[in-house]
Design a protein around this ligand. Structure first.
Ligand SMILES: [Zn+2]
Length: 474
């Protein structure tokens, strides 16, 4: 703030102390003619507000003396630039401030990388399907599944992985453009509150491109895994989970296959729908696929060992066909008898708390100040300032160190539903088939229809797998 003879004030609160004084709009004009002659005292709340750069500080002090102006620093009323001692103390403070700023910048970058390793959000683009929210009861931000855009991601995945009529990214993009589905950037812009005091920006219109959708669909972010500057984030060698996954690992692999081999492999793909592909198996170990044929009176639908069609080898178990309704009723019965009464608990990923980066930063800051302190005159104003700062850091350090380190974990919350409700909530066999495949449930059909031997093979960690496989829509 600069005080004019008529009590005029320049208020410059929002400008960072790292911006050169002459370059600050409101203040700069007072440092030049014709306004230069109109004031004699510059009042600032803290010395930091003048500049955090020590060189600028010395230059500025030199000019003030040349002009015969006074400087009043409100938090340091004893500051006196008219004596050599006063100028020296002010200079040391400025040097300290400059050191501190450079240090902070370096540490900020390091701390960001550490935060990312904790699955935290440090700014930048939201992965499509997720949004950033303040962490509950803690400082900082995290990403969670966005209820709206995750549905669009799900829709694109389901359309591209559709067995009967697999869509291309191009066809999804065409349809999304028609429907006005916002791009990742538009969605983020629309859902981010504007900075206080600024006009909400109308986001620039971006358009979906096949390549941008592909980037979204191939990103490990959809598995809830973090990336930092284009690379998968790892901690102790393990990929870091920042939120729940939107797609399963099996779907991620399939998407990769479909998108990267777009067109090449697809031409030979079965046009028959086999929603239970990967779920139902022949006793020879081969998957069964869906077949159908029409007779004037009836449409026949069934599953059959995929090796039957091979005229040379055939199925070594001489497997027969299994009518669709028989396959369905076996699967339903076996699934419900095992899991029907099992309560379904939602799994929620809770990122851990670890203040290590902040602790590290503060410890280094204290060491740095202690080193500087040795060079300051005992009992001087500058020494006192450094000691106060150290005490403040130590207090904060004690607080942080007293907080427990908790690892990231998954918490289960009861939903009041059983797996029977989940099963019945899925309306089509496409959904149930995809669910069973995600859960790694296998059903082996041996024997004949009149003398059947049908067994369900459950994966290890059955409950965990079926829980993770439950579609978000249920
Ligand atoms: Zn077979």
């Amino acid at each position: 703030m600069a005080e004019g003879p008529d009590g005029g004030w320049v208020i410059d609160e929002t400008v960072s102390g790292s911006i050169n004084l002459d370059e600050r709009k409101s203040l700069g004009q007072w440092l030049r003619e014709p306004l230069l002659g109109n004031w004699d005292t510059l009042v600032v709340p803290e010395q930091d507000r003048v500049t955090r750069d020590d060189i600028h500080w010395w230059v500025f002090v030199g000019r003030l003396m040349e002009w015969g102006k006074r400087l009043v620093v409100l938090d340091d009323p004893g500051l006196d630039l008219s004596t050599p001692n006063g100028r020296m103390i002010a200079g040391i403070k400025a040097t300290q401030a400059a050191n501190y700023r450079k240090d902070v910048q370096k540490k900020l970058i390091n701390a960001k990388a550490e935060y990312v390793k904790d699955g935290r959000y440090v700014g930048g683009h939201w992965p499509f399907g997720y949004r950033a929210v303040p962490r509950e009861g803690q400082e900082g931000w995290e990403r969670v599944i966005d209820p709206v855009s995750s549905k669009w991601v799900r829709e694109a995945v389901d359309r591209i992985l559709d067995e009967e009529n697999p869509g291309s990214t191009q066809s999804v993009v065409k349809d999304w453009t028609k429907r006005g589905i916002p791009t990742a950037r538009e969605w983020q812009a629309k859902n981010t509150p504007p900075k206080p005091g600024t006009k909400p920006k109308e986001p620039k219109g971006y358009k979906w491109q096949a390549t941008s959708l592909q980037r979204v669909l191939l990103s490990p972010n959809l598995l809830g895994l973090g990336t930092w500057q284009g690379e998968l984030v790892r901690k102790d060698g393990l990929p870091v989970q920042f939120a729940e996954a939107i797609i399963s690992p099996a779907e991620a692999l399939e998407l990769r296959e479909r998108i990267l081999n777009n067109g090449k492999k697809r031409r030979g793909i079965r046009s028959n729908r086999s929603p239970l592909l990967g779920v139902v198996y022949c006793s020879c170990g081969s998957p069964m696929t869906y077949k159908h044929y029409k007779r004037p009176d009836k449409k026949y639908q069934y599953y059959r060992c995929c090796r039957v069609a091979n005229e040379f080898t055939g199925c070594p178990k001489k497997a027969r066909m299994w009518p669709l309704d028989v396959v369905y009723s076996y699967l339903e019965e076996l699934f419900l008898s095992e899991l029907g009464d099992e309560p379904y608990q939602k799994h929620k990923f809770v990122p851990g708390v670890n203040h290590y980066p902040e602790i590290q930063t503060l410890t280094e800051a204290i060491e740095n100040l202690a080193e500087n302190l040795g060079e300051l005159p005992k009992g001087s104003r500058a020494a006192r300032a450094a000691m106060e700062k150290m005490a403040e850091y130590e207090k904060k350090l004690d607080e942080l160190e007293a907080q427990p380190v908790t690892p990231s974990r998954v918490v289960s919350t009861p939903t009041g539903k059983t797996f029977r409700d989940i099963w019945e909530g899925m309306e089509t066999w496409d959904e149930r088939g995809a669910f069973l495949a995600r859960a790694h449930v296998m059903c082996v059909f041996a024997g004949t229809q009149t003398n059947p031997d049908v067994t369900l093979k459950w994966p290890d960690d059955l409950l965990g797998r079926v829980t993770r496989a439950v579609p978000m829509s249920v």
